[in-house]
Design a protein around this ligand. Structure first.
Ligand SMILES: Cc1ncc(C[n+]2csc(CCOP(=O)(O)OP(=O)(O)O)c2C)c(N)n1
Ligand SMILES: [Mg+2]
Length: 731
């Protein structure tokens, strides 16, 4: 009957009178109706217990189809949320693919059976994997837009390179691409939404913020989330934006809004904000019943705004389709949805053996020998010149030098964070020394590499990490700084639920191998509660994240290089107290010096007991071990783990088999600390080799107090370690 417009994307244009042609209206109706039928079929499957979760896009179809028709899949970029079925259908996700995710099939292309339905991901369409977390995606969209702009300005940076992550991070960019990100009105309460508007506005980024306002966040009505009840009014003063507020149940008005928004973005004028008033036809999800919190009158009023019923009436009223044609079309789409569901139900389930796949990169193993360029280096605290005449450098200097070397080698590296630039106002650069970080670790980088590669972020940690996710999925290498570990917590959500999970949840389609450099730890004399925190075990507990914690200048240099070159996200912990310590200084080892992850260092050999530690406890434990040897004849084998995830179990086991006694020491609080895991594994796997109980040393189970007398008592000292050594020896 000549109505066979497929669900595949095709550009849509207004006709001469400014309205949509009949064919275009039919195309839109098809997409909206098919989306609704897929939702309804999924609801049926959920009731039959053939699927396990359902959240529908019913009532949002017109707004979503319009957004997708205004943009270009595989050219523009998309960061949707869980309600965006009609959007993704229009972009080209097939009904079968949707049902494959709903049943959790092994062949689910979005996640391999790992994510709930409607958690979109498609590499060919540039739909980046989304989580269930409300509002995290808007910051990814910002980073993605920044990356697109960067590659357009520096096309050479997109070149593939062998031997590091670039071998596996394919780059595409267009120059005038637009990034669409979608969010419900309730989720605009999240700080990350405002953090994203901040950077998009400031940097004039081509991001369309699409707010799908159905008036409810589960049971919470809009006025509770949005003061005054209208998000458009609140954001109206952000500079550089193009604003649209439309009836999101009207596909034509919505399409015009998105086309104007896209034009503004493509022309480089800045971001756009498209706010659509939609309706939620069903409850929030199949786990919710809106009758318990919405009046019947309100629900009935919403039902009258059903965009599908409205468009159907228009098609009839304007004589575009007859009753019979509509019935035939709807029957055809109903069958399409049913057949897609049947195909998915017949698909194979995921293999149990697939579970660990893509927790980390399958391509580039940072423990591999290629990263072992480490040579034997003088160890200890000597200052001055080394044998070859190179001057001894601090950890701070060797980290800075590593950043310089790597930035010179790899144009995809960018550095940003709070205060990391030399001076944001470039005109001052000629006359001032520059800030370069509160600890000066990034000193001179902006001057050397320019403000496009080294810049200050807003004072917002989720902004820093969320943007890094967006940059990294595009193939850039953000090496960002969180100013103090004590303030990493606003970014924790992004680290755990996004950065570390991107690869696993998308079954390897996407990854976010960014590096987070984070000054950590105490022993500062006056650092107090909020400038002395440890807490590494909270991060080693996150699958998908590498955690590194060097104790010497040379290790910091070699491990940072591996962190930057590897293809996994890395939390790189730098102990503030060790930055300028005389312990562990070393000469500059050259631009290719690297240390593989998961290789501990035996700092001091010994036969009486093993002492496993890392970070600032290394020099303290060494001091205790030297005293024990000198005064009591106890020879302690001191092992510096250097990387905490992965960690060098073989080094621990080899040593414990030799000494039969072991202490695990760390600066972090004792209870539920990193040492607990190592102790448990030793007890489990090396029980037969032990002659004494496994001992642990850690801080008191409090925070670090300001008064130095208290700080000294709270944190483990060389004396604490010496006492434990003596007791264990006597056991
Ligand atoms: C960070 C976070 N907090 C809470 C939730 C639970 N949750 C899921 S959806 C939702 C409501 C979202 O409402 P809105 O943003 O208006 O989107 P809608 O579902 O109405 O389209 C909540 C509270 C979540 N997924 N993520
Ligand atoms: Mg809502």
């Amino acid at each position: 009957m000549g109505l066979a417009v497929t669900s595949a994307h095709a550009p849509t244009a207004a006709n001469a009178s400014g309205g949509l042609s009949s064919q275009e209206l039919i195309k839109i109706y098809r997409l909206m109706y098919l989306s609704r039928r897929i939702d309804d079929r999924e609801i049926l499957l959920k009731r039959q217990q053939k699927t396990f979760f359902q959240v529908s896009g019913a009532g949002h179809e017109a707004f979503q189809v319009a957004a997708a028709l205004a943009l270009r899949p595989g050219y523009d970029w998309f960061f949707p949320y869980y309600r965006d079925r009609a959007l993704c259908l229009t972009l080209g996700v097939t009904p079968t693919e949707m049902f494959l995710q709903a049943v959790g099939a092994g062949t689910d292309p979005a996640s391999g059976g790992r994510q709930m339905p409607t958690h979109w991901s498609s590499r060919p369409l540039n739909i980046v994997s989304t989580s269930s977390s409300t509002a995290t995606q808007v910051l990814h969209a910002v980073g993605c837009a920044e990356a697109g702009r960067y590659f357009a300005r520096h096309p050479g940076a997109a070149a593939r390179a062998e031997g590091d992550y670039r071998e596996f991070r394919e780059v595409t960019f267009q120059g005038d691409e637009v990034v669409l990100t979608c969010i419900g009105e309730g989720s605009t309460s999240q700080g990350e939404f405002w953090e994203a508007l901040n950077t998009a506005s400031n940097c004039k980024l081509p991001v369309i913020f699409m707010v799908e306002d159905n008036g409810y966040a589960i049971s919470v009505p809009v006025e509770v989330n949005t003061p005054g009840g209208n998000i458009s009014r609140l954001v109206a003063n952000f500079p550089n934006f193009h604003f649209e507020e439309v009836d999101g149940t009207d596909p034509e008005a919505s399409l015009r809004a998105f086309q104007a928004a896209a034009e503004h973005c493509r022309a480089g004028h800045g971001p756009a904000f498209v706010h659509g008033h939609t309706v939620r036809m069903y409850s929030h999800s199949q786990s919710d019943d809106d009758k318990v919190y919405r009046s019947a009158a309100e629900r009935e009023a919403d039902a009258l705004r059903d965009p599908i019923a409205k468009l159907q009436m228009r098609l009839l009223r304007e004589g575009i389709l007859t009753d019979e044609q509509i019935n035939a079309l709807e029957g055809e789409l109903e069958r399409e949805a049913a057949e897609a569901a049947d195909r998915a139900l017949a698909a194979p389930l995921p293999e149990i053996s697939s579970i660990p796949r893509h927790v980390y990169s399958e391509d580039l193993d940072p423990t591999r020998a290629a990263f072992a360029t480490e040579q034997v280096q003088p160890n200890g605290s000597s200052q001055g010149k080394n044998a070859k005449g190179g001057s001894m450098r601090t950890m701070a200097e060797l980290i800075n030098l590593c950043l310089r070397d790597e930035m010179r080698r790899d144009p995809r590296i960018i550095v940003y964070g709070e205060d990391v630039a030399d001076a944001s106002r470039e005109e001052a650069l000629g006359e001032v020394k520059g800030k370069g970080g509160v600890f000066k670790l990034t000193s001179g980088l902006q001057a050397a590499f320019g403000s496009e590669r080294v810049f200050n972020s807003p004072l917002a940690e989720a902004n820093i990490v969320g943007r890094a996710v967006g940059y990294a999925v595009r193939g850039m290498k953000p090496v960002v700084e969180i100013q103090f570990f004590d303030y990493i917590w606003p970014a924790f959500h992004q680290i755990r639920n996004e950065l570390a999970l991107m690869r696993w949840r998308s079954d390897g389609a996407w990854a976010a191998p960014a590096v987070l450099r984070v000054p950590i730890g105490g022993y500062l004399t006056g650092g107090a509660i909020y400038h002395s925190q440890s807490g590494e075990s909270i991060f080693t507990h996150i699958p998908g994240l590498r955690v590194v914690f060097p104790s010497s200048a040379l290790d910091a240099n070699g491990l940072l290089r591996t962190a930057i070159r590897c293809d996994d996200p890395v939390l790189f912990l730098e102990h503030k107290r060790l930055y300028r310590e005389s312990y562990g200084r070393a000469p500059y080892p050259g631009p290719d010096f690297a240390i593989p992850f998961g290789k501990a260092k035996v700092v001091r050999p010994g036969q009486h007991m093993t002492l496993v530690t890392y970070g600032a406890l290394v020099p303290r434990a060494l001091q205790a071990a030297q005293t024990a040897s000198r005064e009591k004849g106890i020879e302690v084998e001191l092992i510096d783990l250097r990387t905490l995830s992965p960690y060098d179990w073989d080094a621990i086991a080899t040593s414990v088999r030799k000494t039969s006694r072991v202490i695990i020491a760390h600066e972090d609080t004792l209870s539920w600390g990193y040492g607990g895991e190592i102790a448990a594994r030793i007890a489990d796997e090396l029980f037969e080799d032990l002659d004494a109980p496994v001992k642990r040393i850690g801080a008191m189970d409090t925070f670090v107090a300001y008064q130095p007398v208290l700080e000294d008592a709270i944190l483990p000292q060389p004396d604490t370690v010496l006492k434990a050594i003596t007791e264990l020896h006597a056991y």
